[in-house]
Design a protein around this ligand. Structure first.
Ligand code: 0L1
Ligand code: MG
Length: 262
């Protein structure tokens, strides 16, 4: 690690305050170009520690930047991993208050819920499918704290991979007989299709993203506990939203989920 504990705590406070007060900041590597990957995840972990100390609950994990469309959109080449806490959760059909956010975008996601713990190294698609209880459709609302969504990968990891809100559809679908690679995904904004794709857009198979997360945590001697809910990453590019927008997502065989922005 290149940053000391005071700097990590200060950067966590900067980014978390930006999130809670809905204002943007410049990417943190501008002032700390020496920052390494461990520093980036340490800042993210410090943000989680602050939230848990305030009484928030951890409710899930996320993989980000797992499709080539997203990597190209953001100019990066590697996925990133983050966390979800209770107040990020919006019910299906519920409202997201734009004034609580900076410049939100929405992404269609295939969401996994595990019935067995996963611990890397060595996790692969088969391990993940064996450990999966069911999958669901999800809309993730991302909201980078960085001005104009301009960041590099270390800065975005520190910023908890732009996590801000998410909603899950109501159908829990077991995997038997489903090929997640070929499931069609259609996201509409105000009744118009704005993002169309298929599950294979996520690293060839969405379970590959979950395996990558398990291997990433395994390298830190951590596991993904049974029961964990995990967003596997946006299937398409993210789409900007504004007050008054209605977003709905349908994923073949998994049903739908929607959000209103007010
Ligand atoms: O969930 C995601 O794929 C977002 C990862 C962070 C990058 C971004 O803000 O687009
Ligand atoms: Mg996402």
């Amino acid at each position: 690690m290149k940053l000391n504990q005071n700097t990590i705590a200060g950067l966590a406070e900067l980014l978390e305050s930006a999130e809670l007060q809905a204002h943007d900041v410049v990417k943190i590597t501008d002032a700390h170009p020496e920052m390494d990957w461990d520093d980036a995840y340490a800042i993210q972990a410090e943000i989680l520690r602050r939230k848990l100390a305030r009484g928030n609950r951890l409710v899930g994990l996320k993989c980000g930047l797992t499709s080539h469309a997203k990597m190209k959109q953001m100019g990066v080449e590697t996925p990133c991993f983050g966390f979800l806490v209770d107040y990020f959760t919006v019910p299906d059909g519920g409202e997201v208050k734009i004034k609580e956010l900076i410049h939100p975008k929405v992404e269609p996601e295939i969401v996994f819920v595990l019935k067995k713990a996963l611990k890397g190294p060595g996790c692969h698609i088969g391990t993940v499918l064996d450990a999966t209880d069911f999958v669901m459709p999800g809309i993730e609302v991302i909201d980078s704290r960085y001005r104009d969504f301009k960041f590099d990968l270390k800065s975005v990891i520190a910023d908890n991979c732009s996590s801000s809100r998410y909603a899950l559809g109501g159908m829990a679908v077991p995997l038997a007989g489903l090929d997640l690679r070929t499931l069609g995904v259609v996201m509409e904004k105000n009744g118009q299709p704005v993002a169309i794709g298929a599950g294979a857009a996520v690293l060839g198979h969405p379970a590959a993203a979950i395996a990558m997360l398990a291997n990433h945590l395994g390298a830190r001697d951590e596991e993904i506990p049974a029961g964990t809910m995990i967003l596997s990453g946006g299937v398409t590019e993210a789409v900007s939203v504004a007050a008054g927008d209605h977003v709905s997502l349908r994923i073949q065989s998994l049903g739908g989920v929607s959000l209103k922005f007010i």
